[in-house]
Design a protein around this ligand. Structure first.
Ligand code: SAM
Length: 217
């Protein structure tokens, strides 16, 4: 399959997709893109704006995954504004622009999924699936997924941690901890690709507990 991996980060969601697919990854931070490239040397990694790339290229792919930035939608923002830690920001409407684009214009053969955090407001477009405090908008059915709360504690991650086999401690990435915490669990990334392609596997994901952070605010 031709796969488009938007807002690729260092590649958490991509890790278990294997080598049989032709993957194009879009990431606008050059250092992050280089780390992704080192982990996935066969992927075509492009340093550019994912939002614009999607608009120009959505017809070219069989499967599209998009992880638009979540900070302006996250409850962390809302709590941070109330505690005086952050300034209020307009929620980034790019998330909804991408959903509307793909809901209305994606080719029939293209399977797509957009993931984000559960927002602090009622989502403007109803999601297809909620999985452990994240929402997924997709044009295929995402099955149920069991969450293993024991394997990983999100707030214990430091810049030197190895998370899902990724270690960025020796890289020049600006915020190492954030890059690691941003990752989608690879097993969940694989599970969702399998849902798109109709492959069924029993999977368990690790808990990505963003609310651990909230409790500290
Ligand atoms: C939530 S992380 C992605 C995590 C990734 N899906 C994973 O599982 O590892 C979002 C990434 O999008 C990148 N990014 C933010 N805005 C972008 C844009 N407009 N175009 C391309 N990349 C962008 C950030 O640098 C960050 O690496």
């Amino acid at each position: 399959m031709k796969i488009l991996n938007l807002y690729a980060g260092i590649g958490g969601n991509r890790k278990l997709w294997g080598t049989e697919h032709e993957v194009t990854a879009i990431e606008f931070d050059a250092v992050t893109a280089e780390i992704y490239s080192n982990y996935f040397p066969n992927d075509n990694v492009i340093v550019t704006d994912a939002h614009e790339f999607l608009l120009d290229n959505y017809k070219e792919f069989d499967f599209i995954w998009s992880s638009p930035p979540c900070p302006t939608h996250s409850d962390i923002r809302r709590c941070g504004v109330h505690s005086g830690q952050y300034n209020a920001l307009y929620p980034e409407m790019g998330l909804y622009q991408e959903i509307i684009l793909l809901q209305n214009f994606a080719l029939k053969r293209t399977k797509w999924v957009i993931e984000n955090v559960m927002p602090y407001y009622d989502p403007l477009i109803q999601a297809t699936k909620k999985l452990h405090r994240h929402l997924y908008w997709s044009n295929f059915t995402i099955g149920n997924y069991e969450v293993d709360k024991k394997e990983r504690t999100h707030n214990k991650i430091t810049g030197n941690s190895t998370v899902y086999g990724f270690n960025v401690s020796k890289t020049k990435i600006k915020n190492k901890r954030k890059a690691l915490r941003n990752m989608v669990d690879p097993k969940l990334g694989k599970f969702i690709l399998n849902c798109a392609t109709g492959i069924r596997e029993k999977q368990i994901i690790n808990q990505v507990d963003i609310f651990d952070v909230l409790e500290k605010l």
